[in-house]
Design a protein. Structure first.
Ligand code: SF4
Ligand code: SF4
Length: 176
């Protein structure tokens, strides 16, 4: 089976250093606004800082996958004596909360690692060095990559319908 090199991008979060300044939310929302940098709206950011001052909790969480179904379980974490909210560490845009949904359209938001930039902007602008960017390469079977792509396409079609996905792909291939 053919092997392909896949680039794995990671942002490590050193939450103890976070002071809740929310610069990461500001820069992310500005970068993803249309036209780019035209507006700032932390509610449209792909990173959200959970802030519980009285509990000394400042926790940056990145938007992950969209899920159409709410899960039945809830996780509760206590770390260094601090009790975190249920769902605090979950990255999903899901029906049980407003987090990681575009405030205007309601569509799910997902961190894209600032595709096209040399460095994710939230990492670049976090002056407390809470967010640490790492990159590595892994050899994977070509088939695994194709499976991942098909799963992603199926999810998009389920959410937006086949026609919209096809017209978006046609538009993207024309723009080139
Ligand atoms: S920019 Fe850094 S310190 Fe400020 S809220 Fe975001 S992660 Fe925390
Ligand atoms: S990596 Fe880019 S898209 Fe992801 S949260 Fe940071 S600024 Fe937003």
């Amino acid at each position: 089976m053919a092997k392909i090199t896949k680039k794995i991008k990671t942002i490590k979060v050193d939450a103890d250093k976070c002071n809740g300044c929310r610069t990461c939310e500001i820069v992310c929302s500005a970068h993803h606004s249309t036209p780019q940098y035209s507006t700032i709206n932390p509610a449209a950011s792909r990173i959200h800082v959970i802030t519980r001052r009285l509990r000394d909790i400042w926790l940056p969480v990145f938007a992950g996958e969209y899920t159409p179904a709410e899960c039945n379980g809830r996780d509760k974490y206590v770390i260094d004596g601090k009790e975190y909210d249920e769902c605090a560490f979950c990255r999903a845009a899901c029906p049980s909360r407003d987090l990681f949904k575009d405030p205007d359209s309601g569509l799910p938001l997902k961190c894209d690692m600032c595709e096209g930039e040399d460095m994710p902007l939230c990492v670049e602008w976090c002056l407390n060095e809470v967010l640490i960017y790492e990159e590595r390469e892994e050899e994977v079977d070509e088939e695994v990559l194709l499976d991942e792509m098909e799963t992603g396409l199926e999810a998009l079609m389920e959410k937006f319908g086949r026609d919209k996905v096809e017209s978006a792909m046609n538009r993207m291939s024309r723009n080139g």
